[in-house]
Design a protein around this ligand. Structure first.
Ligand SMILES: Nc1ncnc2c1ncn2[C@@H]1O[C@H](COP(=O)(O)OP(=O)(O)OP(=O)(O)O)[C@@H](O)[C@H]1O
Length: 254
């Protein structure tokens, strides 16, 4: 185990997600075995791992879509294995998602796409009007003029920005990004990364970013965890990990 974490930098901070001793298997296929991870307030944590290493399984366990076999997961101080359906829904409203391929609804306008999470979680709107929240979210990503367009009328980068606006509309405390720059050209990818950094500063969100994109990790990560051999194999800053003497760690940064 190559633990390069900078404990002083992270100690004494509030954890928004805490995962201890996570174990998950599907029959003979053990995917996670003693996986541990914390995310702290205001932190951008990058999770790197090969295809099929269990990153999606991990996320599903964290948001309660999959039941771990063993281990403890706390999100915003709540043990998620002990939450009922309504409490779990309330907790999910504190989490924004930006998944691969933007996943906007093709048959809805930009406005309707953004209104969608508001309808599900009306109690989080604090008296704000739908219209104002939609405009604010779109302005944050520089796309106020696209309100009545269909997703197909937007470029790939614009679609990703609208998806980011939708992830932000409920002002979540945590955002999960799954491959946020996949399929974008390098310049657009950079725009998205800078936007993610802006958002993090403006809303003080914590982020968990799954990415294979080394440039994205370099710019955005306060800390990186490598999911390898079913566990949190290595952990540290970009510089610490990319200069690690461990060839298995180095391989991720080529
Ligand atoms: N519902 C399921 N039933 C059985 N096996 C599953 C299920 N979901 C995931 N797995 C298995 O868990 C392992 C990890 O899959 P997962 O999708 O988490 O990988 P990943 O790291 O997200 O991969 P990628 O980077 O390609 O998206 C794989 O072996 C997969 O077959």
């Amino acid at each position: 185990m190559d633990d390069l974490s900078n404990n002083r930098a992270t100690s004494g901070r509030t954890e928004v997600i805490s995962i201890k001793g996570l174990y998950k298997s599907f029959g003979e296929n053990v995917v996670l075995d003693d996986f541990n991870m914390n995310i702290y307030e205001d932190e951008n944590l990058v999770l790197m791992g090969k295809s099929g290493s269990g990153k999606s399984v991990l996320i599903k366990c964290v948001i309660g879509l999959m039941q771990p076999d063993k281990g403890k997961i706390e999100v915003l101080g709540k043990d998620i294995t002990k939450l009922g359906q309504q409490e779990m829904d309330e907790l999910r409203a504190e989490i924004g998602f930006l998944f691969q391929g933007s996943a906007l609804y093709d048959s809805m306008t930009v406005r309707e796409n953004l209104e969608f999470p508001l309808r599900r979680h009306r109690n989080k709107m604090n008296g704000n009007r739908t219209k104002d929240l939609v405009m604010e979210a779109l302005e944050n990503v520089g796309l106020a003029h696209t309100l009545d367009l269909m997703p197909a009328e937007l470029s790939g980068g614009m679609q990703r920005r609208v998806a980011l606006a939708r992830a932000l509309i409920l002002k979540p405390k945590i955002i999960f990004y799954d491959e946020p720059t996949t399929g974008l050209d390098p310049i657009t990818a950079k725009e998205i990364i800078l936007l993610m950094l802006d958002v993090q500063k403006k809303y003080n969100t914590s982020s968990l970013i799954i990415t294979h994109d080394v440039d994205c990790a370099r710019v955005i990560a306060n800390r990186i965890i490598l999911l390898y051999e079913k566990t949190n194999y290595a952990e540290g800053t970009f510089t610490e990990l990319s200069t690690s003497p461990d060839p298995k760690v180095k391989a991720f940064f080529k």
